[in-house]
Design a protein around this ligand. Structure first.
Ligand code: AMP
Length: 299
């Protein structure tokens, strides 16, 4: 369905709690709103998302709400961070459902642009964080972090936030954004928030919706393997080979066989440590059914 059919140029959806959330789909409108907020001396916090919102997203928004006077959330499924054959087309899109979920948070504006608005014909400028984008997901999703860094920089230039909040669920992404902000002298505070999990340990993800009941049980093996690695580390085992071997064993016992990686990496540089140490992360990416799931834990 055409964006224009779902939204007028800029409209406010009237929420049950009587608070208006501005829904903005044009870059110029978002920029002029942000300029006005800043002229009034009010600060702006920002949470970029791809929609299909869940408690993990909401936890970022609650923190962002605390941080500044005006909270902007973006909902944009960014085509440049998806590779050929990935789930760009089937990624859940449900603006109304998402707005309902955020109606109690105090979000002031939702930026919901169309793909052509962000990438008009002839678009050709990209930003890359050269080293941090290489390991882990970078090896398995070529071009992914180039797409992420580019869209986040574009969104920063559109929303003009003072503070932007990201989840540690996408740990490598968080490091890349922090590095980009430092390297390009952006005056934006980047806040990282802990992973929100289901009671049984499964990290919340929009992609969990792809899982059947049986696959969901299998998917639990990701958080279980990371928890066991942390447990072994806490008991004094610093041998990354042994830690990874045990974690991989847990994945395989649970029939998670399509593993992209399970690795211990330095929590800041993402380099491979000789021995596991405090502050390292154990990170995993694996396919369960049609879902490519990621998770990590700090040692
Ligand atoms: P996404 O919509 O998947 O692009 O995610 C938008 C933001 O929400 C990113 O900063 C993610 O790291 C964060 N996020 C996603 N899942 C979780 C979670 N389970 N806990 C905390 N943050 C999350």
């Amino acid at each position: 369905m055409k964006l224009e059919a779902r939204l007028s140029h800029q409209k406010s959806i009237h929420m049950t709690d009587n608070k208006d959330i501005k829904i903005i789909d044009k870059i110029k409108d978002m920029q002029s709103l942000s300029n006005n907020i800043r002229k009034e001396g009010r600060s702006i916090s920002f949470v970029p998302t791809m929609g299909a919102l869940h408690e993990g997203h909401l936890s970022l928004m609650r923190m962002a709400k605390e941080k500044c006077d005006f909270l902007v959330v973006s909902i944009f499924v960014n085509p440049t961070q998806f590779g050929p054959g990935e789930d760009f087309n089937k990624y859940a899109r449900d603006l109304e459902g998402d707005i309902k979920k955020i109606s109690t948070i105090g979000v002031d504006a939702v930026f919901f642009p169309d793909v052509d608005e962000i990438y008009p014909d002839g678009y050709e400028t990209y930003v890359e964080v050269e080293e941090l984008q290489k390991p882990l997901c970078g090896q398995y999703r070529p071009g992914h972090f180039k797409g992420v860094a580019t869209v986040v920089l574009k969104l920063f230039n559109i929303v003009k936030p003072d503070v932007a909040v990201f989840g540690e669920k996408d740990y490598q992404q968080l490091l890349i954004i922090k590095k980009m902000v430092r390297d390009l002298h952006l005056e934006i505070e980047i806040v990282g928030m802990p992973i929100i999990r289901e009671k049984d340990g499964l990290a919340l993800s929009s992609r969990n919706a792809y899982l059947s009941d049986e696959e969901r049980v299998k998917a639990l093996a990701l958080s279980k393997s990371l928890a066991e690695i942390k447990n072994m580390f806490n008991n004094g085992n610093k041998d990354t080979g042994e830690l990874v071997k045990t974690g991989t064993g847990i994945l395989k016992e649970n029939s998670v066989s399509s593993i992209d990686y399970l690795e211990i990496r330095d929590g800041a540089s993402l380099e491979k440590p000789k021995e596991a140490k405090n502050g390292d992360i154990a990170a995993v990416a694996a396919r369960v059914g049609n879902a490519r799931l990621i998770d990590n834990i700090k040692l």
